[in-house]
Design a protein around this ligand. Structure first.
Ligand code: G
Ligand code: G
Ligand code: NA
Length: 257
């Protein structure tokens, strides 16, 4: 069966799932889980659990991404509404990946408003993640969209920061709340002075501009210690938790210490 046909039926058959990866932050009481990144999975009836790489690029090329991103937005907001009723989870925010084409589409703001109305969630607990590449095609529209979303209380994060083409001018031109440093820089931390220098540069840039920073892909205590020493406060990565099918609220004791 063609992927297009299967994707068409996947929403109707309720085959998509959201996994959550914890986002942690150093606060007054130590390291805490402050939010969750929503990461889509497809529970394919024959092929098992599929990662986004197996279908998101195809969905982007063929336009299915519109329905998928709408589904994710709604499902993540519904989950957020459930957390709001749960004392162990009501402090959590959720971060949602949005494809560029969808983010820049005329209907996107309306789609977001509908989901907010339907679910009644607090918009200040929602962050939308877009990649730099997304925005290159239409900076003016990206800016307008971001201002519109921000006026609702939603935060905007630039994902995979540092790997695109015009990162620095984006920071000047776009109302971005959060930078998520691409995990490739962290991977090469121990063996590359260049990676360390770039990371330090990004940390300084964010702090100087008053933009929040998230270091992605933290896998080892050594990486975590280095980032902390450089002033980084918010992190994601396998050291703290992998994507799982329900929002995790507790860190392993050896990590939170
Ligand atoms: O979960 P995993 O690390 O395999 O995700 C890989 C990438 O897939 C993410 O970095 C993100 O760019 C993309 N992705 C994950 N979930 C979603 C989603 O719900 N919508 C869109 N558009 N992209 C997603
Ligand atoms: O930035 P993006 O949205 O693409 O990042 C999410 C992806 O990164 C997910 O597919 C997730 O599984 C993966 N990921 C999250 N933490 C880590 C990590 O510490 N190491 C590695 N290699 N991948 C990670
Ligand atoms: Na992301």
């Amino acid at each position: 069966v063609a992927l297009a046909q299967e994707l068409r039926e996947a929403i109707r058959r309720d085959e998509f799932r959201i996994y959550f990866e914890p986002m942690v932050s150093l606060g007054e009481t130590g390291l805490e889980i402050v939010g969750q990144e929503a990461l889509i999975r497809w529970e394919h009836p024959q092929r098992g659990l599929l990662a986004p790489i197996a279908f998101i690029p195809f969905a982007e090329e063929t336009g299915f991404i519109r329905d998928i991103d709408r589904w994710v937005l709604r499902a993540a907001a519904q989950e957020l509404a459930r957390w709001a009723e749960d004392p162990a989870r009501r402090h959590l925010g959720v971060s949602i990946n949005i494809s560029s084409a969808q983010f820049l589409s005329e209907e996107f703001g309306q789609m977001v408003r509908e989901v907010l109305d339907e679910t009644g969630v607090d918009p200040t607990r929602i962050e939308l993640e877009v990649t730099e590449g997304t925005l290159l095609s239409n900076l003016g529209l990206a800016r307008t969209t971001m201002m519109d979303l921000r006026s609702l209380g939603i935060s905007i994060a630039l994902d995979d920061f540092g790997t695109g083409f015009s990162s620095l001018s984006y920071l000047r031109d776009l109302p971005v709340d959060v930078l998520k440093i691409d995990r490739s820089f962290l991977g090469g931390l121990s063996d590359s002075k260049a990676n360390r220098t770039i990371l330090e540069g990004i940390i300084g840039l964010a702090s100087g501009l008053g933009v929040a920073l998230v270091a992605e892909g933290v896998e080892t205590p050594a990486q975590f210690a280095w980032l902390r020493a450089k002033g980084c406060r918010t992190f994601q990565g396998y050291l703290f938790g992998r994507p799982v099918d329900e929002a995790q609220t507790q860190l392993a004791p050896e990590v939170s210490a």
